[in-house]
Design a protein around this ligand. Structure first.
Ligand SMILES: NC(=O)c1ccc[n+]([C@@H]2O[C@H](COP(=O)([O-])OP(=O)(O)OC[C@H]3O[C@@H](n4cnc5c(N)ncnc54)[C@H](OP(=O)(O)O)[C@@H]3O)[C@@H](O)[C@H]2O)c1
Length: 211
């Protein structure tokens, strides 16, 4: 599954980050979905731009996870070609499993700061189907992609997305940071609207892939 936020005019960021588009209901969905996931998948660009941390969970969420046979906390998996992870990246420290770096076979990971586990999938760039296969081998059954738009575009292009959560924020953002599938080729993937919730002018939409 994937979770994204957009302005009404289709921007994925305001002031270079998605946080400017978010609101209380969107944050609640963000945490609820993390609570369900075995792995939170994020592109390195977003992890760097948004200073990503390891996903946490409160006591109730941990109890729910235990009841479903899940680990107490989801693992963060970062997709990168460059393996450029700043030494002060917040996810390198903290509670929970060490984050996974998913990189292509030919990436140079020698300068990676400590605190990450590495797995390779694909050559030149990460083959996302193989990467999801690796996560599955490791026991992951639900993977939540939090972007960015370039990564989501590749997942949709490879038809690897089953469920999409989109918050439409009551903002007209303008600018050039447009399109939740940034850089993806033109395609016509049919998805079904599964649920609509309105909260304080925010629209919380759930779509499912029609197969
Ligand atoms: N609206 C939302 O819901 C939302 C969600 C997330 C992010 N954002 C925003 O989106 C912006 C960043 O998005 P973006 O589209 O520019 O970039 P992005 O998708 O976050 O990151 C692109 C980077 O991810 C890595 N990458 C992606 N696919 C890869 C593959 N197949 N193999 C290897 N590496 C791969 C590469 O990292 P390396 O450079 O390390 O090789 C690439 O430079 C930020 O402004 C962020 O705030 C918005």
């Amino acid at each position: 599954m994937a979770n994204m936020v957009t302005s009404v005019d289709g921007a994925f960021a305001a002031g270079g980050r998605s946080g400017g588009l978010s609101g209380p209901a969107d944050r609640e969905v963000f945490h609820l979905l993390r609570g369900l996931a075995d792995v939170v998948l994020v592109a390195a660009g977003t992890a760097r731009a948004e200073r990503y941390r390891r996903p946490g969970a409160d006591a109730d969420t941990r109890a729910d996870r235990a009841g479903r046979g899940q680990e107490p906390l989801p693992r963060l998996a970062v997709v990168s070609r460059s393996a450029r992870i700043p030494a002060d990246q917040p996810f390198l420290r903290g509670e929970g499993p060490d984050p996974l770096l998913l990189h292509p076979d030919d990436a140079d990971v020698s300068d990676l700061p400590p605190g990450m586990v590495t797995r390779s999938a694909g050559r030149g760039s990460v083959d996302l189907g193989s990467a999801l296969g690796l996560l599955h081998e490791d026991g992951a059954r639900s993977v939540l992609c939090e972007g960015g738009p370039r990564l989501l575009g590749q997942l949709v292009e490879a038809d690897l997305l089953d469920e999409l959560f989109v918050t439409v924020s009551p903002v007209l953002a303008g600018g050039d940071d447009l399109g939740l599938l940034r850089g993806a080729p033109a395609m016509e993937r049919r998805i079904r609207l599964h649920r609509v919730i309105e909260d304080d002018d925010f629209l919380l939409l759930t779509y499912r892939r029609e197969r």
